[in-house]
Design a protein around this ligand. Sequence first.
Ligand SMILES: Cc1ncc(COP(=O)(O)O)c(C=O)c1O
Length: 402
Amino acid sequence: MRVPLASIGLRDRDIESAIEVLRSGNLTMGAKVAKFEEMMADYLEVKHFVMVNSGSSANLAMVEALLRPTKRRPFLNPGDGVLVPAIAWPTTIWPLIQLNLKPYFVDVSIESIGMDLTKSQELIDNSKGAIKALFPIHPLGNGLDSKTLNAFADVNNLVLINDVCESLGSWDQEGHVGTAGMAGSFSFYFSHHITTMEGGGIATNDSLLADDLRSIRSHGWSRDRSDAQEWSRDLTNNDSRFLFVSTGYNIRPMEIQAAIGISQIQDIDVFIAKRRSHAMEVNALLTGTGLRLIGGETLKDSTNKRRHSWMMLPILIENGFKYSRREIIAILEKAGIETRPVLTGNFLNQPSMKRITSEFFGSADLKVSDTLTDSAFLIGNHHEFTRDQIDCILKALQEVLA
Ligand SMILES: Cc1ncc(COP(=O)(O)O)c(C=O)c1O
């Protein structure tokens, strides 16, 4: 038996819809992408969803849009500080470095793996006004509280953008997490809650930002914007189809990805219910044992006011447990269960970060991030896991606990 970190997630009907696109001859961004964007905006209850070719591209486009808006003053300027968690994903951090912003790393909370706002406040207070934006990651389906994040950003006069790539389908009393603030990025890579194979997008209620994102994803041209006509009104020599109004990349999605997305998003609640039921079984087994399912306490909430969407199963080895992380992982991997670090572990310890140390700042105290690096790990929690695969996880964990 093998329990991988993720399954492919494509069902027959998803594959059929992809084949239909291939046969239609309409391959590059078009009606399917527009339809999927509409469905995502409805699902997330936001005004706009702009699809791109990955969650990483969504982060890149979001940051670019804040630096060089077409119709407003920049929200960020080169050299500005952006607060990010030390347990991060590379492509949350790289757009900042690539676009001449400064990531300020802060520790995370052991309960949620999300940015610690008390330590964030200390860092802001010590940074003499250098920090201008907040870029939290909503980790592994365990969304950070929207109201708290919004209030924090307001009090400190920060632009709030969210990396929600791991937490589609997670909500709190304010709505879907990561949709507060300027924008939130999502990923549809195949281990995530829905898949478009590769794919991602940005949710926002800001119409000007959405238009800029539509230009940025497509060379900087105007033709996909809601205000395209306005830009071409006074044209004499230029062809309105080739009017470039902003900086840009080519990070467009393809129709085939959107067709799969249209088919997948309709079943997201079924997928999340499966993931949650796996988490409940693992949590019941681990409670009180010295191994802890991080986020397990959210399963007690029966009010449905908050939903954890359980991308993976993060397990913390509490102090004094009889086995080390290495020993536990050896037992699990021997039983066929694939494991991995919590995101990247403390991202500052990655060789790439060590090579560019002069480029970043942050708090000296990253104790919790180090603890999660040394004493926690992830196992998969895909909604396609079979009963046998879940039993295999439970049996191997029982062996660790015995
Ligand atoms: C927090 C976070 N941000 C961004 C990404 C990038 O998403 P993608 O793989 O779609 O580029 C990931 C990838 O899983 C992620 O975990």
